[in-house]
Design a protein around this ligand. Structure first.
Ligand code: PEP
Length: 240
């Protein structure tokens, strides 16, 4: 059986002091899940250093769709690898919403990660309006569509996973129901093949993590708000 994956997404939160507090507490633990923390860009190197003796991997929350060059303010996949990152999240709904990232841009970002050997956490999710109108699966299918090009070029399940994050469940305290999660994860696995890991994200906390991760089609979780609290995040990792 595949090891569960737990990925923390600190979003634009934290500080040098918080990195020390949270990562030092996590670094002494040994989890049966594969655990990663995606910290803000300025703290990547510090996080890599803090976790040097731990199997917990460090990731970024975004990557440029361009390679190195005259793109002021951008951070390339090569740079992420250079500072010791192992993975990056692409296509988070906050980036799609606030920074107008398109499906095409998100696929290019994933391709950039794969080119340098970084693991990609490819986020998909429908809005409440899309779900209420019966269009949730169609939206997810359209977000997944271009993955097939990368898969045809050899991007196997060891190179990326999908994170299903219904937009209406992120940061709202209202996780999707177990039925909604199972049904969409099974749909994603039918689209991509069963070997690709599918994580759930959206208001995961210590109190619901075990039930969610016990679902057959759930290969792990992507955790936002609760990942900044070492005790809460540690409990989620232990629930895997
Ligand atoms: C996220 O940011 O990916 C997320 C799932 O957030 P939260 O856990 O806070 O809902």
């Amino acid at each position: 059986m595949m090891r569960k994956q737990v990925v923390g997404n600190w979003k634009m939160n934290g500080s040098a002091a918080v990195i020390g507090e949270v990562l030092d507490q996590l670094s002494v633990e040994r989890f049966s899940a594969d655990v990663s923390v995606c910290v803000p860009m300025p703290y990547l190197s510090a996080a890599v250093g803090r976790l040097a003796a731990s199997p917990i991997r460090v990731g970024a929350q975004n990557v440029s769709e361009y390679g190195d060059g005259a793109y002021t303010g951008e951070v390339s996949a090569r740079m992420l690898k250079d500072v010791g990152c192992s993975l990056a999240i692409v296509g988070h709904s906050e980036r799609r919403r606030y920074f107008a990232e398109t499906d095409a841009a998100v696929i290019t970002k994933l391709a950039r990660l794969l080119e340098v050997g970084l693991f990609g956490v490819f986020c998909v999710g429908e809005t409440l309006a899309e779900r209420d109108s019966g269009g949730a699966e169609a939206r997810i299918e359209s977000q997944l569509a271009q993955l097939h090009t990368l898969m045809a070029r050899g991007a196997g399940p060891e190179r990326f996973c999908v994170a299903y994050e219904p937009v209406w469940a992120i940061g709202t305290g209202r996780a999707a129901s177990n039925e909604q999660i199972s049904s969409m994860h099974e749909f994603i696995k039918r689209c991509l093949g069963p070997a690709y890991a599918v994580l759930y994200g959206g208001s995961v906390k210590a109190s619901n993590a075990a039930d969610i991760m016990a679902l057959t089609a759930v290969d792990g979780v992507l955790v936002g708000g609760a990942s900044l609290d070492a005790r809460e995040f540690g409990a989620i990792c232990r629930a895997a």
